[in-house]
Design a protein. Structure first.
Length: 196
């Protein structure tokens, strides 16, 4: 299994951007997960793939992604939409300014806000180390980035994106445990407010 660095991800997206500009088409891509943590928060050295969802016809994007994979020697699924199962109907997204294509063509990338990515990560939570999971450490980092105060605040935030009936008990228990550690760490470091 190949791993992608922040530079790899940026290079792959730039290659798609260039291809889209040459074709005179606008491709809008929503990017999630480890790629966002790497690109925006510098929190990941590597990630296995880029979780992304396309707005519109996927045919051209699939071709461009396959060409990039072949050029770079990456797995064919380096850009994939496996994240669809964790998306909320109440998404909160923002433009990633490095890729804000003009109407003449190119790649426009949008990413979840820290609050929404926190909620997604909680819903997808796997034990650390399982399948290379960084979910727990990602949740801790995003709790600070989203200025989440405690477990009650965290669970309330998750419910802004997902109905309470859809939140499994293991997620609620996991979030409570993680937030206890986050709050304890903040108190040990001499502050009660989230560290940014």
């Amino acid at each position: 299994m190949a791993h992608l660095t922040k530079n790899d991800i940026e290079h792959g997206l730039q290659s798609i951007d260039q291809r889209a500009k040459l074709a005179g088409v606008l491709i809008e891509l929503s990017v999630y997960g480890g790629a966002v943590l790497s690109l925006v928060f510098n929190a990941r050295e590597i990630t296995r793939d880029v979780d992304a969802v396309l707005s519109g016809d996927p045919t051209l994007l699939r071709r461009f992604a396959a060409e990039v994979a072949e050029e770079q020697g990456w797995p064919g699924d380096w850009l994939n939409d496996g994240v669809k199962a964790y998306r909320s109907s109440k998404e909160r997204m923002r433009l990633y300014e490095k890729f804000s294509a003009a109407s003449g063509g190119g790649l426009r990338v949008i990413m979840p806000t820290p609050e929404y990515l926190f909620a997604m990560k909680c819903m997808a939570m796997r034990p650390e180390g399982i399948e290379g999971s960084h979910d727990i450490s990602d949740i801790e980092l995003l709790a600070d980035a989203a200025m989440i105060e405690d477990a009650a605040h965290a669970l309330s935030l998750i419910e802004q994106f997902y109905p309470a009936s859809r939140i499994p008990p293991k997620v609620s228990l996991g979030v409570e445990e993680i937030m206890q550690r986050v709050v304890a760490r903040r108190l040990e470091s001499g502050g009660t407010s989230p560290e940014l």
